[in-house]
Design a protein around this ligand. Sequence first.
Ligand code: ATP
Length: 266
Amino acid sequence: MDKTQDSKSRSIRGIVPENHPRRESILVRERLVEAMEREVVVPQGLIAQGRGECFDYLIGEKTRDFAERALEVAAVLLIEAKNPVISVNGNMAALVPREIVELADAIPAKIEVNLFYRDEIREKAIEKVLREAGAREVLGVGEDASETIPELFSQRRRVSKRGILSADVVLLGLEDGDRTEALVKMGKKVIAIDLNPLSRTSLTASVTIVDNVIRAIPALREKVLKMKSLSREEREKLLKGYNNRDVLRGAMKFMSERLAQLSLDL
Ligand code: ATP
């Protein structure tokens, strides 16, 4: 962050009262707007965040049971993968850069920039954010993103040979449904973090963590550290007992029941 941005973000912190009920959410928005000014996030990313916030409201902005279940299984898949890759877009880089690097180190996994609206300036801007957060290697930038995902068009298909192309497990957040589907069709296990249990990404992924990336990425790191101490049999049992549709149903049920309860409390 340069000096102007730093002082701007400090002044926003000063403007929003400490006890404002939406303080955290307002500060997160501010981080995304700043990231847009640095070309890390595109305007469409702000709209995507808005859609996510709506679902976060419905789950009470907390990591719920259905997310915990998915987090455990996601951690096992990542630990046991041969080539796990964390796919990073602008919103993720803006919201949780340090946490992504810490998660990648804990697994260990590769980090790859993968953008819906790809251009070299943005790729480099995201790489910079990740390197400043401690990443030693960032795939998917410039010539490195020279391989293609079948069934996708133009810039959306470009990936790294050492990263997503050869990955057996891919972790992604705020992803588009077409790409999630294409990765699943390539035989990869896809772990999606998506606040909307109804999105095509949520419905297509192998494991869907219905939670905010801000909470889910650090929580996933904790689970990775915990799952490492489990025996192979215990991990196997978790994988066998997992059903992603049940998790999505659980998320939808939670949201509808909470909404019904809130309407009674009015
Ligand atoms: P799909 O093509 O999968 O149906 P979409 O078109 O609804 O997706 P996009 O706008 O491409 O979605 O991606 C944004 C998705 O990420 C939305 O489902 C939104 O709810 C979710 N989302 C937005 N912000 C966050 C966040 N901070 N953490 C987790 N998920 C988020």
